[in-house]
Design a protein around this ligand. Structure first.
Ligand SMILES: NC(=O)c1ccc[n+]([C@@H]2O[C@H](COP(=O)([O-])OP(=O)(O)OC[C@H]3O[C@@H](n4cnc5c(N)ncnc54)[C@H](OP(=O)(O)O)[C@@H]3O)[C@@H](O)[C@H]2O)c1
Length: 312
């Protein structure tokens, strides 16, 4: 019998309930995966909390990405990256209900796992990686340009930094001081957030920045973007707020059809970057699957220090 976490009601991590579940056999176009690691993302606790106005039906499954091993595959079915045999190591994204020991998911969302990543890293590659890819696409970041990344030490931020460096951009990224060495290791120039951010940025980038990518959604990040960016059409936020909207800053989100289409198409490219070592996923901590509430609490602090994975 498999187990999975469900939310019988909306709320904080404490509403999560671990239940035994019969995982159905895969039909044509489906794959069953023995989960080796489930990625934990801020979206998991945000969607859990979204009681009012939510169109999600209860009980809610939690978790959008996993890595594992194929345990069964439907008739006449191949996975998105081609082939697919029982025993193959794979990643799956965008799925629902990933906090589980086993899942049956659409084969179109299943790809071969890059050997370069272990299961916890692979389970955390695609949500952050495709979001970062879209943010760079929307802001049209090009070689030689300076891009400001708010929250560069976060899961999405670290992926933005690496992908921006791959296109040849100069990256200045905000972070807590204890994360400066991490950012320097990825070729970014760190700057502390907090009072005086604009002045510190002006010292680093006296001519302003060509593009700005916001992964924190604070007023301070927005104000700094407006002060430092030459052309507001080259700013994007992944944490849409009323102030961001009023300022005309583009917001992207996986629930938006254009973002979903971009990210689905970007999965193979992000996996290829990871496969040859150009893109890595720093892991802060793994938790046993039955400690999902604690894992989610760590992510909810806003300072997990890397990605978090649940390991059945
Ligand atoms: N729209 C989308 O499609 C999408 C996709 C993915 C994520 N998101 C959202 O984007 C946000 C970041 O996600 P993530 O997975 O990257 O989170 P994360 O790994 O928890 O990273 C959080 C980042 O925010 C920084 N931070 C925390 N408080 C800050 C403050 N007051 N000022 C400036 N920076 C601060 C942290 O810096 P230090 O730890 O160095 O202090 C860290 O870099 C979340 O709100 C998430 O829900 C949206």
């Amino acid at each position: 019998m498999a187990v999975r976490w469900i939310a019988p009601e909306f709320g904080g991590p404490e509403v999560l309930t671990l239940v035994e579940t019969e995982v159905r056999s895969p039909a044509a176009g489906e794959v069953t995966i023995d989960v080796r690691a489930a990625g934990v993302n801020p979206a998991d606790y945000k969607h859990l909390a979204a009681a009012r106005g939510s169109d999600r039906s209860l009980p809610l499954g939690v978790g959008y990405e996993v890595a594992g091993v194929i345990s069964a595959i439907g008739p006449d079915t191949t996975i998105a990256s081609g082939g697919g045999l029982v025993g193959d190591a794979v990643v799956a994204f965008r799925i629902s209900g990933g906090y589980a020991s086993q899942v049956t998911v659409p084969a179109r969302d299943v790809f071969a796992k890059p050997d370069a990543l272990d299961f916890p890293a692979a389970a955390n590659l695609l949500l952050a990686g495709t979001t970062a890819a879209e943010a760079l696409h929307v802001t049209k970041v090009a070689a030689g340009e300076t891009v400001l990344v708010h929250g560069a030490s976060g899961a999405v931020g670290v992926s933005v930094v690496q992908q921006a460096r791959l296109v040849g951009a100069r990256v200045v990224g905000t972070a807590s001081e204890h994360n400066f060495a991490l950012l320097r290791g990825f070729g970014a120039e760190p700057v502390g957030y907090g009072p005086g951010l604009v002045e510190r940025m002006r010292a680093i980038a006296p001519h302003g920045v060509a593009a700005a990518i916001d992964t924190v959604g604070t007023d301070e990040a927005l104000d700094a973007t407006r002060e430092l960016l030459v052309d507001v059409s080259r700013a994007v936020t992944i944490v849409g707020t009323d102030r961001n909207r009023a300022a005309g800053i583009t917001a992207i989100a996986g629930a938006l059809p254009a973002s979903a289409a971009f990210r689905d198409a970007a999965r193979a490219r992000v996996l290829a970057m990871a496969a040859d070592g150009r893109l890595v996923v720093p892991i802060a901590r793994t938790f046993p699957l039955d400690e999902a509430r604690a894992a989610l609490e760590l992510v909810r602090t806003g300072h997990p220090g890397g990605k978090v994975a649940l390991v059945p």
